[in-house]
Each structure stands twice: as structure tokens, then as C-alpha cells.
Design a protein around this ligand. Structure first.
Ligand code: ZN
Ligand code: ZN
Length: 282
């Protein structure tokens, strides 16, 4: 059974929402595996074609496709995958998915070396301030995968042919080539790990997925100045719905005020006090 596979050995954390999905909008569906979300874009009432945003934890590929089958029907057709970035918990199922659906995978060119087996992400900083998940991050896989033959650069226009109505924007900091996706209809932002809606440094909050607007996960964020600017860029879009890589999607005044607070107090509420990637000039 998949539940007892090495996925659990990779990260012995499973949120209470593991394996569950929820509609964020009619054509935006959030599926959670363990501690990370992927998003299905497409309206099953209109078409069985869909686009996948991020690819989940290691070995989650078959679960993602099973969920897609339940949502879009047995003849569902994946059109493309868009990656917010290439960290292991966002590309974990991609090899298995591509084996079944050899579709284009869009990513920012700055993430390419990590997706072509050329460069590994830095070791997660398990010494960073911030609790148990940071401590466990030493065990996270960081080895680059190689999906060169599928990779496509995100078009400079900001548009993605398979995702009409959406714009991608560069939101670096958590990783160099991190991107977010925004659509004016519904004012929805898919923010990857540019910011998240669960405090990743609290083991308890990860387990119960308590909702709050937080900075990017600390143990893998390498450039805090860029991370701050990216959150400002997103806040300036005045999103109504925030669909992030970790934590439940949030909407309304609590999300909006949380985002403003994060922007205004970023060095104090998001940047850890100590850690390998923290600039001491804070
Ligand atoms: Zn990440
Ligand atoms: Zn992540």
C-alpha cells in the first residue's frame, strides 16, 4: 500500500487533510497529499481537459492521477504541468505522471538546472530557527530530478497557452525561479511557497493545518530580501483568494489583512532570527 511506502519515510508528517480535495473555485481544485497542495485547473462540467499546478510529494503521482480521474472522468486529459518551483515536495509525483501523460512542463528558466539533473538545491537549513519541521528538513531529498525532455520555458509574455486567463509572475526568494499564477477573474493567486497559509515551523499547526498567512517555509528559503519583495508584488495584486503550496486556501478579510501584516512586518514575522540563509544585517 502506498501509505506505508517510503513517502512516509521521507517525511513522517501527514496533515489531517491528507488525501483530501476541495474546490476553491469551480475550475480550481486543491488536492492535498501529506503536507503539500497541488491544484487542478479546469472545469469538469465543461471539459475533461485540465492543467496541473505542481506535482506533490514523492510517490504521490498515482494518487494525483486517481483524484483527477474522479474529478474529470476516466477519459480525463492532462494538457500541461506548471511548476511554481522545483523543490522535492512540488515535483515528487512528476515522473510517474509524465510516464502516463508526456505533457509539457512549464517552469522558470532559473529553475531549469534543478529540473535537468544539473544542480541540486542547497541542503535545507536544519539549524534555522523554527521547530521540528526545520529539524526534519535535514532528511528531505534535495537531489535534482531530470525532466529535460518535457521542460518548457514560461513564455515571456506572462501568458501560458494551456491556461487562458492566467498570468504567471516571477516571485523569487524561496527559490530563484519561483513563480506564482494570478487570474483577475476571482482575483485568485496560486502562490506556491512565496508565502503559505500554515505556520511550517509549528509541528502542531502543520498537523491540524490551522489557517494563517505566513512567510515562505524557512528551512529552504535562500534569499529573504527577494522573498519580501515577492510578497509585496503579490499583495499589490490585491488577491481575494490565496491558494498556496502549504496550508488551506484562504479568502476574504482574514487573508487580506494577514497579507498586509506579512508585508509590513516581514523581517520580524517571516525572516528567522538565525540560520544559514539569514543575512545578519537584518
Ligand atoms: Zn519550496
Ligand atoms: Zn513547499
Amino acid at each position: 500500500m502506498e501509505r506505508s511506502s517510503s513517502t512516509e519515510r521521507v517525511l513522517p508528517v501527514t496533515s489531517v487533510k491528507d488525501g483530501s480535495g476541495r474546490e476553491v473555485m469551480r475550475d480550481v481544485y486543491c488536492f492535498t497529499t501529506q503536507i503539500v497542495n497541488v491544484y487542478f485547473i479546469g472545469n469538469p462540467a465543461v471539459s475533461s481537459e485540465w492543467v496541473l499546478i505542481d506535482a506533490g510529494m514523492p510517490e504521490s503521482g498515482s494518487r494525483i492521477l486517481k483524484e483527477a480521474e474522479d474529478r474529470f472522468g476516466p477519459d480525463h486529459k492532462l494538457k500541461a504541468i506548471v511548476l511554481t518551483h522545483g523543490h522535492f515536495d512540488h515535483v515528487g509525483g512528476i515522473i510517474d505522471i509524465l510516464a502516463k501523460f508526456p505533457v509539457p512542463v512549464y517552469a522558470h528558466p532559473l529553475e531549469f538546472p534543478y529540473l535537468q539533473g544539473k544542480k541540486d538545491y542547497p541542503e535545507p537549513d536544519s539549524t534555522v530557527q523554527g521547530g521540528l519541521v526545520a529539524k526534519m528538513s535535514a532528511a528531505f531529498p534535495k537531489q535534482a530530478i531530470n525532466i529535460s525532455e518535457h521542460l518548457k520555458e514560461l513564455p515571456a509574455s506572462g501568458n501560458i497557452p494551456e491556461l487562458p486567463g492566467w498570468k504567471w509572475l516571477h516571485t523569487p526568494g524561496h527559490s530563484e525561479g519561483h513563480i506564482s499564477l494570478f487570474r483577475f477573474e476571482g482575483r485568485i493567486i496560486i502562490a506556491g511557497d512565496a508565502f503559505v497559509t500554515v505556520k511550517q515551523d509549528s509541528f502542531y499547526k502543520v498537523l491540524v493545518q490551522k489557517k494563517e498567512v505566513c512567510g515562505p517555509p524557512v528551512y529552504l528559503t535562500t534569499d529573504w530580501q527577494n522573498a519580501w519583495e515577492s510578497v509585496i508584488k503579490i499583495a499589490n495584486l490585491r488577491p481575494s483568494i490565496a491558494a498556496t503550496g502549504h496550508g488551506k486556501p484562504m479568502r476574504g478579510p482574514k487573508m487580506a489583512s494577514g497579507l498586509v501584516k506579512l508585508v509590513n512586518h516581514f523581517p520580524y514575522v517571516a525572516v528567522p532570527d538565525y540560520g544559514r540563509f539569514v543575512d545578519n544585517s537584518k
